[in-house]
Design a protein around this ligand. Structure first.
Ligand SMILES: Nc1ncnc2c1ncn2[C@@H]1O[C@H](COP(=O)(O)OP(=O)(O)OP(=O)(O)O)[C@@H](O)[C@H]1O
Ligand SMILES: [Mg+2]
Length: 508
């Protein structure tokens, strides 16, 4: 890549970026939200042309690549938004591209279904997914986000690539799948495949090792072997600021119960979940993909009610049948899958935030747009959404900034309880810091926060207590002082017994 530039309207996404990728090496492309990582990747994979600059592949210079020639050159990409076909089956999503490329973009007719399934099964097995006929034929839209992420990765490694690009492939993955992916990257390296990896999880980056390329505001500001960097020096290059890992949790929660959940059950999803969230408390919950944590969040926010059990909010039985009930009761819910469950991508940031407070913004028959603009602008400033205006469509924001818009929407309702599922997935280190401070401030004002996350340092730095979910059960809730990253990992992966007899509900 030589002198690559790219401008969107008035936004200069890339300003003359140059670097080389050598065979069999691993590169980490790092930078804050909106620094240009995904744009650069789309240019390498032929999804978008650069405005200027040269892309040289094995000595041949191109002004731009198109998607087909990038694939023919052996460049496979796992996009940040996954770019799967929701209505097609798992097998089709994984293995169709290979047949498309060999037919030069024209689908071979008749399509070879047996070959398709066979090719897909090999790649799916490698990423640890099932290869049963039922799974191969399942439409992708019926599957949870983490499984979809693994399917996108399987598609990226299905053919013999020479460069595999992964744009935040671990954002939706839990511990177990991350371990698996790291092993896949190691084996790709051994086979001489180059890997370009984007992640905001610096601990993963340093575990994988290799070379680093740091972008800041569209320019390359540093590169070289990772061994010459530390997590904090990389963070400094990204942000221009020194960030200290702090223990964000300082205030102690009150003993006053805010959200009391008892015996909550939904068949096949979670069973007999009992816990109490106090005013001013941050309660962390973690668990693997299939642990039922997502379904629990749905039940607590009214997205999909439980079959049985009780939920009490501030001492009163809470009727939670629809998301509207959740909003009325002051339960904010930031879902894990922001693209499918959260955002209206082609609508402005303002509309995306104000949709939760339409009632408050209505004066008689009219919507007070001036106030909507003012309120949503303030919220997006508070959350450091990098945008010149709240009138821009959310779809034009970088991934991490889209996530911040989701959080802003639920802060707008002035919630009593905030359920955050993976709130910092894809959010850069500097903005994470801002988000954590906001969350702690809210807790200090008496809000109860349920923080569902895979990011163990995040949970340990922010929570009063942490519970682990296993196969639909909330097995144990322990004070943070008794926990460590190692003990939580072990508990999650079930490599050690979970201590004494499971104590449902924790110490209340
Ligand atoms: N299609 C588009 N239209 C308008 N602006 C865009 C478009 N795509 C990207 N941008 C802008 O270009 C800049 C770089 O975005 P990009 O998605 O490359 O960031 P990123 O480094 O991948 O961030 P993140 O870590 O949040 O994923 C941002 O300011 C973004 O808003
Ligand atoms: Mg991105």
């Amino acid at each position: 890549m030589q002198g690559i530039t790219k401008t969107f309207g008035g936004v200069r996404a890339l300003r003359g970026v140059s670097f080389d990728i050598h065979a069999g090496q691993t590169y980490h492309l790092l930078g804050e939200n909106g620094s240009g990582k995904s744009t650069l990747i789309k240019i390498i994979s032929g999804a978008q042309p650069p405005d200027s600059g040269v892309i040289e592949v094995r000595g041949v210079a191109h002004q731009a690549l198109d998607a087909l020639s990038a694939l023919e050159a052996g460049i496979e990409t796992v996009y940040q938004d996954l770019s799967l076909f929701p209505n097609l089956s798992v097998a089709e999503n994984v293995a169709l591209t290979a047949q498309l490329v060999s037919a030069r973009g024209q689908l071979a007719r008749p399509l070879s279904w047996s070959k398709l399934r066979e090719v897909a099964a090999t790649a799916l097995e490698r990423v640890g997914l099932p290869i049963t006929p039922a799974f191969l034929d399942a439409p992708v839209e019926t599957l949870p986000i983490a499984v979809r992420q693994l399917i996108a990765i399987a598609r990226g490694i299905v053919s013999r690539a020479s460069l595999v690009i992964m744009d935040e492939p671990t954002a939706a993955l839990t511990q177990r799948e991350v371990e698996n992916l790291l092993a896949i990257i190691a084996s790709l390296q051994q086979e001489g495949v180059s890997v370009l990896f984007v992640s905001h999880k610096l601990d993963e980056v340093f575990r994988i090792g290799g070379q680093v390329i740091v972008l800041r505001d569209g320019s390359k500001v540093a590169d070289g072997p990772l061994s010459e960097f530390t997590p904090s020096s990389v963070a400094y290059q990204m942000t221009g600021k020194t960030l200290e890992e702090t223990h964000y949790r300082t205030a102690a929660p009150s003993q006053e119960p805010l959200l009391e959940v008892s015996g909550l059950t939904r068949a096949g999803a979670f069973e007999n979940v009992t816990f109490t969230l106090h005013r001013g408390e941050v309660l962390g919950i973690t668990g693997l993909l299939d642990s039922g944590r997502n379904e629990l969040a749905h039940a607590l926010s009214g997205v999909r009610p439980a079959d049985s059990g009780q939920i009490r909010l501030a001492g009163t039985a809470a009727e939670l049948h629809t998301p509207r009930d959740g909003i009325r009761l002051g339960i904010g819910y930031v879902p894990e899958d922001r693209l499918a469950e959260g955002l209206f991508l082609d609508k402005p940031i303002r509309e995306n935030i104000m949709v939760s407070i339409l009632k408050r913004l209505t004066r008689g028959p009219r919507l007070d747009y001036a106030r909507a603009t003012a309120d949503t602008t303030q919220l997006s400033k508070d959350l450091q959404v990098a945008t010149p205006s709240v009138m821009l469509p959310v779809g034009a924001l970088s991934g991490g900034n889209q996530q911040k818009v989701m959080v802003a929407r639920w802060l707008a309702i002035g919630p009593k309880v905030l359920i955050l599922h993976g709130p910092t997935a894809g959010v850069d280190v500097g903005s994470k810091d801002a988000l954590y401070r906001i969350m702690q401030n809210l807790a200090a004002q008496g809000l109860g926060v349920l923080l569902i996350s895979d990011d163990l340092p995040e949970l340990l730095m922010n929570s009063d207590r942490i519970g682990v979910m296993h196969r639909g059960q909330l097995t144990r809730i322990a004070p943070v002082a008794e926990l460590s990253e190692a003990s939580l990992t072990a508990e999650l992966l079930e490599v050690v017994p979970v201590g004494p007899a499971p104590q449902v509900g924790g110490a209340v």
